[in-house]
Write a protein that binds this ligand. Structure first.
Ligand code: ATP
Length: 476
């Protein structure tokens, strides 16, 4: 698998240096696998979230959005199977005490092998995972002499399950307090509200409920920046359908979601499907959409055919009927569900990875380079930088007029300091698609120089056209 650790490290440093993503509680040396989004990261994330929300809800007349609480009745997680099943097989190295997720340990080793040998090893692993054959997995690790990266030894414990849910106490008095969980996925907030939404929204099957929100997982090995976090954000949509139609709807959403990824301007060669071999306890079919990160092809989104598992379980555990009367066939049934589930943080990392470019611009006369984030204009945190050439001669006043006109429509950035060249470079580094320079000619004929981020081409246009030029690009 082709990976580019240098590029990955460069993106992490860039995110920190330019206010996209910081380690949480950095002044206390950080908290492992928890991250804060800075001024540009938060805006990038919001733009992706809004784009997803719009394409799911506004663009589908039969999908509505909700916002359920993070805390849920603890029985929810018993019913959903998370208390008993939401765990990963793990193994500890006895010499270093370092804990590994078994699949990550084996996959990491497979990356060091030739393609055929790696594929054979992964196939063996997936078969054993499917059978929950822990002894077999340990033997596979031992037979391949897979070593701990820290101790360099093969002195392993048995393989065990590790539940990924965080728990806490609800209630002020300890005797009365009950144990509750921080949700490990947003989906259950949708299932328990299925009837509320169906009835109050007079929804007819097929219909969907979408939601964006935080989820928490006590990941065993949390690494790889915002790819694997302990607190992260999910964008999920549950599509409720008539039993027996799940194959068609699964195929539909599989294709529809791939189209969405391509609409983000991603190179299609960087996207692929990966069918699940080991299905989750609730699924009858599942596929991942993977993106070619600098650390290799990895999951960004899962599409799962969840059958009627969740609603049946909630009906059983709550004792409340969760059925739908289908007037077209005159029948009551528990709907089947096809889910699309995408991680917002992974999506940010995907957009950053695709956009990040180091360019050598040296000529015979001088050395030059730039780092540019080639975000699609609709996702860029700042759309337009307004730059008066000097701080005097009335240029800032004209620049302020343009700011006032544009900032009602999209995010703008105003800057007077430093040479225009330096200011351009700073905007390239945060991915601003357009810079406009106001100079002395502007005072004479009302034109400005607009500079395009990717081509670095500059053209003279009437200032009155700037807003339209930017708006047109954002709408693409
Ligand atoms: P993985 O196999 O990588 O742990 P998963 O299959 O458990 O992921 P799902 O339960 O299908 O993931 O969750 C749906 C989406 O939520 C994933 O495709 C991913 O984008 C995101 N996600 C899951 N776990 C994390 C995490 N720890 N950090 C960031 N995003 C996550």
């Amino acid at each position: 698998m082709a990976t580019d650790q240098n590029k990955f490290q460069a993106i992490i440093s860039h995110c920190k240096e330019y206010g996209f993503i910081f380690q949480s509680s950095e002044i206390y040396d950080g908290l492992s696998a928890v991250y804060d989004y800075g001024q540009y990261g938060a805006q990038l994330k919001k733009n992706i979230r809004d784009y997803w929300w719009k394409s799911m809800t506004q663009m589908h007349e039969n999908i509505v959005g909700i916002d359920a609480a993070i805390f849920m009745h603890p029985t929810t997680w018993k019913a959903s199977g998370h208390v008993d099943n939401f765990s990963d097989p793990m193994i500890d190295n006895k010499d270093s005490n370092k804990r590994y997720r078994v699949d990550h340990l084996i996959e990491g080793f497979a990356e060091t092998l030739e393609a055929d040998a790696a594929a054979a090893l992964i196939a063996q692993m997936e078969e054993l995972l499917k059978e929950n054959d822990f002894a077999g997995l340990k033997k596979l690790i031992e037979d391949n002499k897979i070593k701990c990266a820290v101790s360099g030894t093969v002195n392993w414990t048995d393989v065990r399950q590790f539940n990924l849910m965080f728990s806490t106490q609800l209630g002020s008095v300890s005797e009365e307090a009950s144990e509750i969980y921080l949700r490990p996925e947003t989906a259950q907030g949708i299932f328990v509200n299925f009837l509320n939404v169906q009835k109050t929204g007079r929804m007819k099957i097929p219909f969907g409920i979408a939601q964006v929100g935080k989820a928490f997982r006590n990941e065993i090995v949390a690494r790889q920046f915002v790819f694997r976090m302990r607190e992260f954000e999910q964008m999920e949509m549950q599509f409720f359908i008539r039993p027996g139609t799940q194959k068609e709807w699964y195929a539909y959403w599989k294709e529809e979601r791939m189209k969405w990824h391509k609409s983000l301007g991603l190179n299609p060669a960087n996207l692929q499907y990966h069918d699940h071999v080991k299905l989750a306890h609730y699924a009858d079919a599942a596929v991942d959409i993977e993106y070619n990160f600098p650390i290799g092809f990895k999951e960004v989104e899962g599409i799962h055919s969840r059958t009627d598992f969740d609603l049946s379980q909630h009906q059983q555990y709550s004792g409340k009927k969760l059925q739908y009367f289908d007037p077209e066939i005159n029948q009551n049934y528990i709907p089947y569900v096809v889910e699309t589930s995408i991680g917002l943080d992974r999506c940010c990392l995907m957009i950053l990875s695709e956009a990040y470019e180091e360019q050598d611009l040296s000529t015979a006369e001088k050395q030059d380079s730039r780092v540019v984030l080639k975000f699609p204009a609709k996702l860029a945190p700042i759309k337009l930088a307004v730059l008066p050439l000097t701080k005097k001669d009335g240029l800032p006043e004209i620049a302020r007029e343009l700011m006032a006109e544009c900032k009602q429509h999209f995010y703008c950035y105003y800057e007077e300091k430093d040479s225009i060249g330096k200011r351009y470079r700073r905007q390239d580094a945060i991915g601003t698609p357009f810079c406009v320079t106001i100079d002395h000619q502007t005072k004479e004929d009302g034109t400005v120089t607009i500079r395009h981020r990717d081509s670095m081409a500059q053209e003279r246009v009437p200032m009155a056209q700037v807003k339209e030029i930017v708006m047109k690009k954002i709408m693409e």
